[in-house]
Ligand binder design. Structure first.
Ligand SMILES: [Zn+2]
Length: 132
């Protein structure tokens, strides 16, 4: 499953970092999960904790927060979030499963252009890694 694959990638990253940098444990790990990344938070956290428990890297605290999606217009340079658009539930759900679907539903709220890109809110970002 998607959540497990993501969790595995995080664990592999930590192992690699540990080998490279020679620390022993992670005190705090802060992860930013993109709003457009279709991930079940609970499943992901469970998977991560499970994989870490079978691993040599010990992680003290895991902080997981949601990174709001934001978009930037190539024509006028304006940026906006999903909250700035008047999307109904069905559209939000479609975008959640397939971020590209947004191009079918929305245009730039400033100038009406459909030439924009996702600035933030995709994928998983390791925002902070405190080691000891
Ligand atoms: Zn625009």
């Amino acid at each position: 499953m998607h959540e497990w694959a993501l969790a595995e990638a995080v664990v592999e990253y930590l192992e690699e970092k540990r080998r490279e940098e020679g620390w022993s444990n992670v005190k705090t790990l802060v992860l930013g999960l993109g709003e457009l990344q279709n991930v079940d938070r609970e499943v992901f956290e469970f998977a991560l904790k499970h994989l870490l428990s079978q691993n040599e890297v010990k992680v003290g605290k895991i902080i997981l927060h949601l990174v709001k999606a934001s978009f930037k217009c190539r024509r006028c340079g304006g940026s906006w979030t999903l909250d700035d658009l008047n999307l109904d539930e069905d559209m939000r759900e479609a975008i959640h499963f397939l971020p590209e679907a947004i191009y079918a539903f929305a245009s730039c709220p400033h100038c009406g252009s459909r030439d924009y890109y996702v600035e933030e809110g995709r994928g998983l970002v390791i925002e902070e890694l405190e080691v000891e």
